[in-house]
Each structure stands twice: as structure tokens, then as C-alpha cells.
Design a protein around this ligand. Structure first.
Ligand SMILES: [Zn+2]
Length: 265
């Protein structure tokens, strides 16, 4: 079953009627699973993780078509990834249903200076509840996937986002992203933002996997572009293997609550 971003991409391509509409890439045969040339396919590395936190991608019209889009990587890794095309004049009813689903606590991930101060939360994501279900709503991170100008438009012209809390990230890392550098040190690609959100939600293993998977994708993408062979034993792969080998939530300081309230010890 193709994931949400793959479905959105297929719908865009069907509507355009032009398989070469994809921007910024090389016009040659692509793998359906990873969008890379078949000689550089990375489908065998595809890690899929069940997480308590979910991701909702709002994508600008062209974003699903870009071969370098990293929302695709999030959908590869995070099982509960939703993706919707954004349009100012119409809203997918499925998006509104998702945002009002009581199992989720949505957060719009966006710089806090663009929102009213009372909406802004910093490091206030509900902690993971590894001891069982029903202990709180699951964080749902809404990521605005497009150029900076498109993301600002989405943020300002989507009334259904106006009542939601805004999660303002304070990244202290420098972007490793090499495909679409913006020249701004604080500009993160979408999958890096998702990794930071997962870390905040206590999903450290998923955060590390997303980061390493981005490195692997970047390596494959650039090798394909420059017609070089993939280095299968390179540092990106060892990072991905290390992330997948670590236990589920070793960094969590949370412990099950006392058994007195009926929960298992
Ligand atoms: Zn592939």
C-alpha cells in the first residue's frame, strides 16, 4: 500500500498528465518506491516505525512532485503520517476530520514570532506514555511543506489552523541537508523538523532513524545525480543501522505510575 505522500504524488501526476513535470530533477526512469533511479534505489533500507506521535503534512501544490521532497521520507518512517494538498479556496474534509479526532492533540509547527503569543508552546508536547493506552492524546505535528513563502501563506490563510497551538522549535543544530540549501543556518528541511518534533515527544529512536534515513537519501540522491555508485558501507548506513539497533525508548525518564490506580506496574 503506497503511503500518503506517494498517493498525493500519484494524484498530482495524474492531474498534470505529464510525468516529467517533476521539478529540479533529472528526467529519467524512477523507482516508484523511492523516486530514485533504479540503479540507486534505496527501497531495501525502508524503516517503518509505529510511533505514538503522528505527522500531518500540508503540502503546497508542487511539493509532492519534487524528487528532493523529504516529506516522503517521513511517510516512509512514521507509520501514522497523513498528507494533504493545501489550497486556499478548498479544504479536504478528511483533514478537518483528522484535526477534530479526539485521539490527537494537533500542534502547528511554525516559528512562534508569527503567531499570537498565547498560542505559542515551547517544549510543551505531552510526554510519551509507554505504559499503556488511554493516558492522553497523541501528539500530531502539522508540518507546512513547501517553500518558506508557501508555508507562510498556508499558516496565515488556513482558518482551521487558527485555534491550534503553535509549536515553535528552538533548534541548535546546523542543517545537514545538502539538496536544497537556502543559505540560512536555521532553515531545516521537513524531515529534520519532523525528527526534532519526534525527539520532543520522546520518540528518540524514530528521531535518530529519520535523521540517518535523510543522510542515506541525500547520499543516494547526490550519487544518482552525479552518476556515481552508492557507497553501501558509508557513514550514513552505519548511522541508520545504529539508530535501528537502539532500544525503543532508552532515553525516556518516565516510569509507569504506581499500580494503585489500576494500571499495571
Ligand atoms: Zn526504490
Amino acid at each position: 500500500m503506497p503511503h500518503a505522500v506517494a498517493l498525493l504524488r500519484a494524484a498530482r501526476l495524474a492531474r498534470s498528465g505529464n510525468p516529467f513535470l517533476a521539478h529540479g530533477g533529472f528526467k529519467r526512469e524512477r523507482c516508484e518506491g523511492c523516486r530514485l533511479a533504479p540503479s540507486h534505489c534505496m527501497c531495501a533500507l525502508h524503516p517503518s516505525m509505529d510511533t505514538r506521535a503522528g505527522v500531518c503534512l500540508l503540502m503546497s501544490y508542487k511539493e509532492p512532485l519534487k524528487p528532493s521532497n523529504t516529506g516522503w521520507l517521513i511517510a516512509d518512517v512514521v507509520a501514522d503520517t497523513f498528507a494533504f494538498g493545501w489550497a486556499r479556496t478548498e479544504t479536504d474534509p478528511a483533514l478537518l476530520a483528522l484535526l477534530s479526532d479526539p485521539q490527537w492533540q494537533p500542534f502547528v509547527v511554525f516559528p512562534g514570532q508569527y503567531a499570537a503569543p498565547e498560542r505559542v508552546v515551547v517544549h510543551a508536547v505531552p510526554p510519551p506514555a509507554p505504559w499503556g493506552e488511554g493516558t492522553g492524546r497523541r501528539p500530531l505535528f502539522i508540518l507546512l511543506d513547501g517553500t518558506w513563502a508557501e508555508a507562510r501563506k498556508m499558516f496565515g490563510r488556513s482558518p482551521y489552523l487558527d485555534a491550534l497551538p503553535v509549536l515553535s522549535l528552538q533548534p541548535d543544530q546546523v542543517s545537514q541537508y545538502q539538496l536544497r540549501r537556502s543559505g540560512r543556518g536555521d532553515h531545516f528541511c521537513t524531515s529534520e523538523v519532523a525528527a526534532l518534533c519526534m525527539d520532543l515527544a520522546g520518540e528518540h529512536r524514530t528521531a535518530q532513524t529519520l535523521d540517518a534515513y535523510l543522510s542515506v537519501f541525500t547520499h543516494h540522491y547526490l550519487c544518482a545525480k552525479n552518476q556515481q555508485p552508492v557507497e553501501w558501507e558509508g557513514v550514513a548506513y552505519s548511522r541508520l543501522r545504529a539508530a535501528l539497533a537502539r532500544p525503543e525508548r532508552p532515553g525516556s525518564q518516565l516510569r509507569p505510575p504506581p499500580a494503585t490506580d489500576g494500571l499495571p506496574a
